[in-house]
Design a protein around this ligand. Structure first.
Ligand SMILES: Cc1cc2nc3c(=O)[nH]c(=O)nc-3n(C[C@H](O)[C@H](O)[C@H](O)COP(=O)(O)OP(=O)(O)OC[C@H]3O[C@@H](n4cnc5c(N)ncnc54)[C@H](O)[C@@H]3O)c2cc1C
Length: 715
């Protein structure tokens, strides 16, 4: 705990202790006030301003310290100042005092609570962001909830201070007026509890829940309104129709069939979508062949005098297709039909919130369904750079058709897809120029991570050009040329083939979304709420078409929520949980990440400590001639709570799984350190990173004493 926090805690504890030690509570009893009322009245008549200020300060102090007395003081305000002035003074004093208690609770406890219960608090914060004002208003209206508990509890959430202040003031106003008004008749009151009758409390409760009920009604009416122009079928013949049989659609259909729903999966192209046909599977197969060649070139590092690989690019690309074919049965119509999914080949179009038209080889048919899940994926974005059509360009969709290795390849884009393919083609022997307009490749990762990959690329002969903006393409004397702008100068790059890998756009047009008025985000992805519902609550979207991530595992993760919410959402809906999302870029060295890196932590203002373990130290990495890379862990300062981890090196994508589990289940570095890791494995790096953290946090003073103890024991 910081010095400031300790000091504030001491002040609060001392003041609160003094309150109880000196029995100051006796001065906040009704009988005491009545016995001193005439004296107080005289003082007020003689010194109205001082009385008001003293009272105000006292009220703020009592509420800020969360000690008992506010109820009596509110009554007293009525007795001393009358209804108008009394209510005004109490209203401001109570709100300011409550806000001070709220701030103190936040300052003293939020960080500790956030560290211990990060996932739970994140969910609460999300709820507070959405409806916190409503809940606070309800709690404030009902005198049954102790105000000091509300102040302290709200301080632990992410509620904005100003929101807390004004909602509190508004919410407490009715209760304040009732109490202050009662105070004007203080002589007739026998006890503080008697001020509000059960009937009055019930009225407050009603008043409090009214805004919530009203909001629910408005939400329901709004939801119904979007359906107003669409005739609802009298009955449905499917529980859910899924559009697109990529990672997201397949998992959605699988889950629906597993829970015995009637589900139809529609695919217009190839089962398995991008991942199987043009994405993860072919790219990883290509990477494996390229890695083999890279190893052969490094033969001498393994004690082998000479080794050579004779290969034909066509055969490598044929092998890639063999791998795709081998995986194909996992995503096939046969398998899914066997699982209970109706698979239709054809183009789907949403024609109403409950109908999907399928145009296939056998004609058109219309399916009536209770819910629809859009899993239509994304496609490569080809930027409208002048001349690009004239030179022609490959994308991640078409590069798999290539059978002749281009001599000179330009790869536009320094993201994961561009980087993975850059290295592959360079390893096969193409002269590759990778062009990125940002200052570095793999820009989502920390600069030192990008640097390691860039260094390796350059060592392998890739011409990595960062800070180069593609301006135009031209054909000069029969030669294709890319003209870039770099630091105000024009740079010309001659090439034979161009691969464009500058991002992927959601497939959100041409199948009914426009007609239904389903809104899109700025990225062109289908806009969804946290339950993955679109504007129409029975139409869901997941995977690349919805974002925000574009990975197979996130598509599958979202698919669970889309399927379950689409089928059971009338009873219980689940918010998609993005709290721990990992990913990897399968370059050599591999880069894997979960949670925050340093760049993001700084951008978000999250305090962190960083611990590094260099893979150069790892026995297995040395034995494998892969002694390069690092494990970089971000933790909460002074704690072993993991905020994020980046691993660079051999099999980083596999190694990160331990940190993903740890973060998912709230385990800290001490738990990783306390877990036996098999020797000698690359996975030991995870433990050594935890060990490095432990060493940095060794209790030096205690160890100095222990050293003395051992010296003493020597006799
Ligand atoms: C080169 C490359 C490498 C990648 N590597 C990885 C990786 O290593 N790891 C990883 O996690 N991710 C990787 N990805 C990303 C991954 O492939 C995608 O995130 C994933 O495929 C998204 O799945 P999806 O189901 O959302 O979409 P898709 O797989 O695109 O599936 C959507 C399907 O919907 C169909 N469809 C669209 N409209 C209609 C319609 N109107 N009617 C019927 N059918 C329709 C399409 O034909 C398509 O088959 C890679 C991507 C690429 C391009």
């Amino acid at each position: 705990m910081s010095k400031g926090r300790i000091a504030l805690l001491l002040v609060i504890v001392l003041l609160a202790a003094a309150f109880f030690a000196f029995d100051l509570g006796q001065y906040f009893r009704l009988e005491y006030f009545k016995s001193r009322q005439s004296f107080i009245d005289d003082y007020y008549r003689a010194h109205p301003l001082q009385t008001g200020l003293l009272y105000f300060a006292g009220y703020v102090l009592v509420t800020a310290l969360s000690v008992p007395g506010a109820a009596l003081m509110t009554l007293a305000a009525g007795a001393i100042f009358g209804l108008g002035w009394g209510a005004l003074i109490v209203s401001f004093a109570s709100s300011i005092g409550a806000t001070l208690a709220f701030l103190a609770s936040r300052f003293l406890l939020r960080e500790t609570i956030a560290t211990k219960f990060r996932d739970k608090l994140r969910a609460i914060d999300a709820g507070v962001d959405r409806e916190g004002g409503f809940y606070l208003f309800t709690l404030r209206l009902v005198p049954a909830f102790p105000f000091f508990v509300i102040n302290l509890a709200m301080g632990l959430t992410s509620m904005k201070t100003w929101t807390f202040y004004w909602v509190s003031q508004l919410g407490m106003l009715a209760g304040t007026i009732v109490y202050v008004n009662a105070g004007t008749q203080v002589a007739r009151i026998e006890s503080l509890g008697g001020v509000v009758s059960p009937g009055l409390v019930a009225s407050f409760v009603l008043l409090g829940v009214f805004p919530l009920i009203a909001k629910r009604v408005v939400d329901t009416v709004k939801a119904r309104k979007v359906y107003a122009n669409w005739p609802r079928p009298a009955r449905f013949d499917r529980n859910v129709v899924v559009i697109g049989a990529g990672s997201a659609g397949l998992v959605t259909a699988y889950i629906a069939a597993a829970v015995k729903a009637k589900v139809t999966l529609i695919e217009k192209h190839r089962m398995g979508g991008d991942c199987l046909n043009t994405g993860c599977v072919p790219s990883k197969a290509l990477i494996r062949s390229a890695k083999f060649i890279a190893h052969v070139k490094r033969a001498h590092e393994f004690g082998i005098r000479t080794a050579s690989a004779s290969y034909d690019f066509t055969e490598i690309m044929q092998r890639v297709q063999r791998v795709v074919k081998a995986v194909e049965p996992h995503d096939s119509v046969e398998r899914y039909t066997g699982l209970g999914v109706e698979c239709l080949q054809g183009e789907a179009k949403i024609t109403s919130p409950w109908t999907v038209e399928v145009t296939g080889e056998t004609g058109k048919q219309t399916l009536r369904t209770r819910s629809i899940v859009i899993a239509a994926g994304a496609r490569p974005f080809v930027p409208p750079i002048p001349g690009i059509d004239a030179v022609g360009c490959y994308t991640s969709d078409t590069i798999w058709d290539l059978r002749v290795l281009p001599k000179r390849l330009v790869v536009l884009g320094g993201g994961p897809i561009g980087s993975e393919l850059t290295q592959c083609f360079a390893r096969f022997g193409a002269q590759v120029t990778q062009v990125e307009m940002l200052p570095r490749i793999l820009v989502r990762e920390d600069p030192d991570v990008s640097e390691r990959v860039t260094e390796r690329f350059r060592a392998e002969g890739v011409n990595v050009l960062t800070g180069h903006k593609a301006k135009r393409f031209l054909v000069d004397n029969g030669e294709k040329v890319l003209v870039c702008e770099h630091e105000g100068n024009e740079v010309r790059i001659a090439f034979d083939a161009l691969l464009c890998a500058v991002g992927r756009l959601a497939n959100s047009a041409g199948y009914g979304l426009e007609e239904l008025g389903i809104p899109l985000a700025a990225t062109r992805a289908v806009e969804t709420n946290e339950y993955l519902q679109t504007l129409y609550p029975n139409i869901y979207a997941c995977g690349d078409v919805a974002g925000p991530f574009q990975f197979t595992h996130t598509a599958a993760h979202q698919a669970w929520y889309a399927a379950v919410n689409a089928l059971f959402g009338d009873f219980k809906k689940f918010r998609a949980d993005y709290s721990v999302i990992p990913w990897a870029t399968f370059t050599d060295p591999e880069v894997a990440r979960v949670g925050l890196n340093e760049t993001e932590a700084r951008e978000k203002g999250v305090a962190y400590e960083v611990t590094r373990f260099d893979l150069a130290e790892l026995d297995r990495a040395i034995a494998d001639e892969e002694a390069h890379g690092l494990v970089k862990v971000l933790t909460v300062p002074g704690k072993d709570t993991i905020l994020g981890c980046t691993i660079v090196g051999e099999h980083a994508g596999d190694l990160i799984a331990e940190y993903v589990s740890a973060m998912r289940h709230g385990l800290g570095l001490n738990k990783i350190l306390g877990t036996i890791h098999i020797y000698p494995t690359l996975a030991e790096a995870n433990k050594y990173a935890a060990g490095a953290w432990k060493r940095n946090h060794a209790p030096q003073r205690l160890l100095a004493w222990v050293e003395k103890f051992h010296a003493w024991r020597l006799g």
